[in-house]
Design a protein around this ligand. Structure first.
Ligand code: C5P
Length: 224
């Protein structure tokens, strides 16, 4: 059977990654969390005190970044690695969420990440989630989904995720962070967050993860 690319874009905390991961597992496809890549770049920039307004510094730092995904046999989860070290937990923390949209709005950062993502998916058979997969990374993806949900629901989901990892953050701060990221993501000049004209809209406000997964799988079945 031919393999396809499934692009899942949309706002943060709509259930994109959980859905994408489950769809990939059911279809025997690879899963690529592109948000994790921008988060890993943000972590590196913050560790190395890279000045975001200094293009030379940014480009030099990008040359020293190698991002990979590794399967952890013990937890059964995919982990993001930055220069060989797992950074999966660190990149999910609030201080990274607070800088990641500014970092990912830098054109040089996007060009580097998009090139890597296109390489990772060139054999197809991948589910990729992010903000610009259907518009920029794989405009020829066979399945394109654009996810949305109301802000408070998204913030509550994010709060639960953080709590499960032992980080307590109040809902107001999470709402502020989500709104700020939405604004930066939708208004940046380089591939802003947009629904591709041929993407199917999925509002997950009242959906369970199982329903979201079934919805995407049904769509994929139609395109196979
Ligand atoms: O998906 P996640 O919320 O982890 O993504 C973190 C941030 O990375 C987003 O808010 C967005 O600023 C950026 N991002 C992006 N393009 C992508 C994926 C993520 O700009 N393809």
């Amino acid at each position: 059977m031919p393999k396809i690319v499934i692009a899942i874009d949309g706002y943060s905390s709509c259930g994109k990654s959980t859905t994408a991961k489950a769809v990939a597992a059911q279809m025997g496809y690879g899963y690529i969390d592109t948000g994790a890549m921008y988060r890993a770049v943000s972590l590196f920039f913050s560790q190395e005190l890279v000045s975001l307004s200094n293009t030379k510094e940014v480009v030099a730092a990008l040359d020293r970044i190698h991002i990979t995904f590794k399967h952890n046999e013990r937890s059964g989860k995919n982990e993001t690695c930055l220069n060989g070290l797992t950074v999966e937990d660190e990149i999910r923390k609030m201080y990274i969420s607070n800088i990641v949209s500014e970092v990912s709005a830098i054109p040089e950062v996007r060009w580097a990440m998009v090139a890597q993502q296109q390489k990772m998916g060139h054999k197809r058979g991948v589910v990729m989630d992010g903000r610009d997969i259907g518009t920029k990374v794989f405009p020829d993806a066979e399945v394109k989904v654009f996810m949305t949900a109301d802000t408070v629901t998204r913030a509550q989901r994010r709060q639960q995720e953080l709590l499960a990892k032992g980080e307590m953050v109040n809902l107001e701060d999470i709402i502020k962070n989500i709104e700020k990221r939405d604004l930066i993501d939708t208004t940046r000049t380089e591939s802003p967050l947009r629904q591709a004209p041929d993407a199917e809209l999925l509002d997950t406000s009242f959906m369970t993860i199982e329903e979201q997964v079934d919805w995407v799988i049904e769509l994929a079945d139609l395109r196979l």
